[in-house]
Write a protein that binds this ligand. Structure first.
Ligand code: FPP
Length: 254
């Protein structure tokens, strides 16, 4: 991994502050090669490592990855077990490297229904990296946007019932502050791989103004070139008039 970047340095308006990724296509990647689905997920973790490296290289400050959705429990139990195992291995194997690179790990999603050992690992990853000021890596695990939104509404309703807030004072800001992403800026760019064109219950509130980039590449093949291609699409959309500055050029200048 390249040296850590602080979140305080200069940056270009052309570079998204927050990139979120729906990592899709592991199963199709494996199927195309006559391999079991879990091999696609395993190679997906390698693509995830490349994405983290690319985000640091290109001065992205927040990277959210959709690792396990609340709907993924409907998959066959052995596939669910593989995904749980990969998360554990990712945290155990990569945490030291992430920490060394000043990455702050954060987790969004519903934790209560996760196995205790996974909860402990996620909490440790957050605690160990809490003071880091480089890339924030937000792991959406057992995450579903509708669930998150309902939970925020419930929190506000309970606070109003208990007289702690005035219902008339509820606005977008107070609502957003009850979401899992409370102190995280909204994503500027959401990438989905594998050619599917939907959000699949990912960051529905936060995606209100995000640029969406759908790429045909299957997730295990995702590399720095694909990351740069997505950043370039974003930059082109941001600048309707005038030249597009390549994020790589920005990186060299900063
Ligand atoms: C979608 O591929 C991907 C997922 C359901 C999970 C994403 C998981 C990884 C990239 C690896 C695990 C990483 C961690 C940190 C847990 P799919 O299986 O839906 O692919 P398909 O649509 O082609 O079948």
């Amino acid at each position: 991994m390249s040296p850590a970047r602080s979140t305080d340095g200069p940056r270009s308006d052309q570079t998204p502050i927050h990139v979120a990724i729906i990592m899709d296509g592991n199963g199709r990647w494996a199927k195309a090669r006559g391999l079991p689905r879990f091999e696609g997920h395993r190679r997906g973790v390698e693509a995830l490592r490349r994405a983290v490296r690319s985000a640091i290289e290109h001065d992205v400050r927040y990277l959210t990855i959709y690792s396990f959705s609340s709907e993924n429990w409907r998959r066959p139990p052995d596939e669910v077990a593989v995904l749980m195992g990969l998360l554990k291995r990712f945290i155990r194997n990569d945490l030291a490297d992430l920490h060394k690179n000043a990455v702050r790990v954060r987790v969004i999603g519903e934790r209560e229904s996760l196995a205790p050992d996974i909860r402990v690992l996620l909490e440790e990853a957050e605690a160990i990296t809490r003071e880091n000021r480089g890339l924030s890596l937000i792991v959406a695990f057992n995450y579903g946007a509708r669930h998150e939104i309902v939970a925020a509404a419930r929190r506000l309703a309970m606070e109003a019932r208990d007289g702690r807030i005035d219902p008339d004072s509820i606005d977008e800001e107070s609502f957003a502050s009850r979401l899992d992403t409370a102190d995280i800026p909204d994503p500027d760019l959401i990438i989905r791989t594998s050619g599917e064109m939907r959000l699949s219950n990912f960051l529905l509130w936060q995606a209100a103004y995000a640029e969406l980039v759908f790429m045909p590449i299957l997730w295990p093949d995702f590399d720095e070139a694909a990351f740069v291609a997505a950043l370039e699409q974003y930059a082109a959309r941001e600048r309707r008039f005038g030249a597009v500055i390549k994020p790589t050029a920005v990186m060299t200048a900063s």
